[in-house]
Ligand binder design. Sequence first.
Ligand SMILES: [Zn+2]
Length: 265
Amino acid sequence: MHAEGPTFKLFNVLKSPVQVYAEVGEHILHLNALIGRSISLEYKGQAICKSCKRDFESLFRMGCCKKCFFESPLAGASILRPELSRAHLNIEDRDLDHEKSFQLQPHVVYLADAGQIKVGVTRLDQVHNRWMDQGAGRARIIAKTNNRHEAGLIEVELKSLYSDKTNWKQMLNNKSDGRELKEEAIHAKESVSNNLKRFFDLDGEQQEIHYDYNIAPANINSFSLKDSLKFKDDLFGLRGQYLIFSSGNAINLRSHEGLVLSWSY
Ligand SMILES: [Zn+2]
C-alpha cells in the first residue's frame, strides 16, 4: 500500500494501549495495525506551511515557513512560553481574535513522567492528547486556571523544581521517575508564590498511560528524514509522536510537521 501527503501530528486515542493514527493524504493509517510490518518513508523535498499553506522545499520551525514563524499567530510568543500571553489584557501579539480564542479558556498545569517528572501547561480540553503526545507514562493535573497566562506564571515558578522538556531518550527507553505525583503536587503548591496557590487542585486527575511499546530495542537513536531522505525498517512500537523501528532507529513525526512524506507499507 502507498500513501503520500504532508505530515500532521499523530492522533493518539486514550486506550490501553494508546491507539495511534496518521493522516497521510486521503488515508488514515492505523499504525498499531502496522507493528511488525516493514514501512518505508521518503521525503522528496516538498513541504507545506501550516499557516500560509504554500509549498516550500523545507520549513523553518513549528511546521511554518520562515515568514509565518515570525508573523503567524500559530507560532506566537505564548505558544512556547505561556507566561507571555497578553490576550487577558486585550493586548495583541499577532492576531488578537485568534489569541483570545486560544488563550482565554481554562488551562491546566500538569506534572508528567516520561523518564523524569516535567511540568507543562495546556488547555483543559487538550490535556489527554498532550500527555500522550509527550509519551508520558503517567501524568497528573496539579492546577487549573482561567487562562493561559495564569498557568504560565505557575509553570515558570516550577521550572526551578522540574524540567519543562521531555527527554526523548529516557522516554523511548521506558524509564520512569520514582516520585509520587500527588506528593509532588503538594510540594509544588508549597513552592509557588502565595497569589498562585489558589489555582492548585491536590485531587487533580491522574492517568497511567500504556503504549504499544513495552521493551525498548538496544541503542535507541533518533533520526530525521531531513538528513536521510529515505528510510525502511520494521515498525517495532509507538510512543508519543515517535515511531520506533526494530533497528532502534526512532523518528519523531512531530518534528516533520508539514513535510510531504511518501509511505509504503
Ligand atoms: Zn507560511
